[in-house]
Design a protein around this ligand. Structure first.
Ligand SMILES: NC(=O)c1ccc[n+]([C@@H]2O[C@H](COP(=O)([O-])OP(=O)(O)OC[C@H]3O[C@@H](n4cnc5c(N)ncnc54)[C@H](O)[C@@H]3O)[C@@H](O)[C@H]2O)c1
Length: 353
């Protein structure tokens, strides 16, 4: 347990750090934001100076020179396990941005090392804390859907050439980013499996790369059959003309249909149940909110919950840890494997669970 403030460094000074991490850290009194690190020297220096903290260009130097309790790993997806393990080796708690990793074996290695070194591992899945998703989860837990039947995810967004060429082009690389299934849709896939509440049985996917000079998939469809019989459908594209049109998740059961959309699952678009529940139904209007970006406001809540766990050891079940983050990685690995082989893929994959 950490007495006093949690001495924290942010690794990776890119888009997500600027949009969702620096200000969140500075506004939360439980954290002492002491350093940033980025292999790009000018970025490290710029954001070190802007935040008034020390700047490093190597993770080793950062860990050798600072007495840290906690790091956030905000580097390209494929590097999360490797960077997370460097911190864990030195007994520093780790929070990885989404997804926990690109490869299930690497995510498992990180989880195992964190267990061995007795450090906490968290995965940023901030949309689980949206008022909209919490209301939906509550309705599910109360049994309002009757028998749950299907869960549909639609991501119809637009990502142009610049999106893939910026930042050394990592967003176009299969091992670093993944395409629309991972990089744009992992929050939706995580929310799907969290709502469905059962382990997957098998998955099938068909993906394609068109119109952009990249290795990653630009569009595709997937099916995930869960052990409780629920069928998950994915309809995903970043080639939607002319711009972002829809990002939504729809849950359908015997006695209920709910659709959540907006930039980051922040609007309830449909809320229909056979039996009214005035207490819940009244909250539907106020659950909608308007975040400034697709990142939403969930990082604030993520940090609050992480602080509680690190300082008190309580509330562990309220914050996505490494094993929670692993669930989406396993599903994504199965979907890629299915696309590569043209065959459905059975769960579980990998070695740990
Ligand atoms: N939770 C969310 O909603 C959300 C939103 C956007 C991005 N993300 C995730 O955040 C992560 C970063 O995305 P981004 O858009 O900020 O990328 P970015 O390219 O803007 O920033 C990444 C930074 O990491 C630095 N870097 C690369 N390798 C490094 C290393 N070994 N050590 C230190 N620094 C290194 C790069 O120089 C770059 O400045 C990704 O995993 C992405 O998927 C999450």
């Amino acid at each position: 347990m950490i007495d006093g403030k949690i001495r924290t460094a942010v690794i990776g000074c890119g888009r997500v750090s600027r949009t969702a991490h620096y200000s969140t850290l500075k506004d939360n009194d439980d954290f002492d934001f002491v350093a940033v690190c980025d292999t790009d020297k000018s970025r490290a220096e710029e954001w070190g100076a802007k935040n008034g903290v020390r700047a490093y260009t190597s993770v080793d130097d950062l860990l050798d020179n600072e007495e840290l309790d906690f790091v956030t790993v905000n580097v390209p997806n494929g590097l999360h396990p490797q960077v997370g393990m460097m911190a864990a080796e030195r007994g520093v708690h780790v929070m990885c941005e989404k997804p926990l990793g690109m490869r299930l074996d690497e995510a498992d290695e990180l989880i195992r090392l964190c267990d061995e070194k007795q450090v906490r591992l968290f995965t940023v899945m901030q949309n689980r804390f949206n008022a909209t998703n919490l209301l939906l989860k509550n309705a599910l837990d109360k049994g309002r859907f009757g028998e749950l039947l299907t869960c549909n995810v639609t991501v119809r967004w637009h990502r142009g050439l610049n999106y893939y060429s910026e930042d050394n082009g990592w967003r176009g690389k299969r091992d670093m980013a993944g395409g629309v299934f991972t990089n744009q849709s992992v929050h939706y896939i995580d929310t799907m499996q969290w709502l469905v509440g059962a382990v997957p049985e098998y998955a099938f996917a068909c993906m394609s790369t068109r119109l952009r000079p990249v290795e990653v998939e630009t569009h595709g469809s997937g099916i995930i059959k869960f052990k409780n019989g629920v069928i998950g459908n994915l309809d995903l594209s970043v080639l939607t003309y002319p711009d972002d049109r829809e990002g939504s998740i729809t849950l359908m059961g015997e006695t209920g249909t709910v659709k959540i959309g907006g930039k980051s699952m922040n609007k309830i678009l449909e809320w229909d149940f056979a039996t009214p529940d005035p207490e819940d139904d009244e909250k539907v209007m106020s659950a909608d909110y308007e975040p400034p970006t697709v990142y939403g406001f969930g990082h604030i809540e993520m940090y609050r919950r992480v602080a509680r766990v690190l300082k008190t050891g309580r509330g562990v079940e309220d914050v996505p840890d490494g094993r929670e983050g692993r669930k989406a990685v396993e599903i994504l690995n199965a979907l890629y494997q299915s696309n590569d082989t043209g065959m459905p893929v059975q769960f579980p994959l990998g070695s740990e669970e």
